[in-house]
Ligand binder design. Structure first.
Ligand code: URA
Length: 208
């Protein structure tokens, strides 16, 4: 997909989303990384979990949430009684955005947050996934995911705890991104882990 999105027919299957994102150059992020990372999970999942973008490991493996943030997410999902394999996991942005750096003599790819414009450009794909999977519950991890779903910026601390109804009637819950939890330590880490666990428990209580 190059050029204007208006000239593209909306994808009718998740396979079309997958081939579409692989070719998409509506923003420049896809030029540098290895591959687009497609969402993963049942095509009729009741819960969709949305992250920001693939990280270094996700870009290498081609699967969402397999790196450190994904492992922390897995532990919290298990603790909340949410079966990861029953959820559809995807990202607001489908390619890994990074800057190359030499750190301690080795090459590293340092994560860079996507801009609002990049998130808004990639919404076309996220909205397609949502239209095709039709989850009743959507969980946004962090501000980029929330923007991808709402098309506007919201504050996580204000938005968390109370769901928003999306235009298709599904319920959107917003919480922090697990990589934020990974950056904290001490009391702050504990407090944020508790808040995160509380948000997941609230989502779990809305599942059948
Ligand atoms: N962080 C995300 O937001 N998504 C992933 O897939 C992995 C890490």
């Amino acid at each position: 997909a190059t050029g204007s999105r208006e000239t593209l027919p909306p994808p009718e299957t998740l396979d079309q989303v997958e081939s579409g994102i692989a070719q998409c150059r509506l923003c420049p992020i896809g030029e540098l990384c290895t591959r687009a990372v497609m969402g993963e999970g049942p095509r009729d999942a009741g819960l969709m979990i949305v992250g920001e973008q693939p990280g270094d490991q996700e870009d290498v493996e081609g699967r969402p949430f397999v790196g450190p943030a994904g492992q922390l997410l897995d532990r919290h999902l298990a603790r909340a009684g949410i079966d990861r394999s029953a959820a559809y996991l995807t990202n607001a942005v489908k390619h890994f955005k990074f800057v190359p750096r030499i750190v301690q003599g080795g090459k590293r790819r340092l994560h860079q947050s996507p801009t609002a414009k990049e998130i808004d450009t990639c919404r076309w794909w996220l909205e397609s996934e949502r239209r095709l999977v039709q989850p009743k519950l959507v969980l946004a991890l962090g501000a980029s995911a929330a923007r991808g779903l709402l098309g506007k910026t919201v504050s996580i601390s204000k938005a968390r705890g109370t769901p928003t109804t999306l235009e298709d009637g599904s319920e959107l819950w917003i919480t922090a991104h697990p990589s934020y939890l990974l950056r904290l330590d001490g009391d702050a880490a504990e407090q944020q882990a508790e808040l995160f666990a509380r948000d997941l428990a609230a989502v779990r209580s809305r599942m059948r």
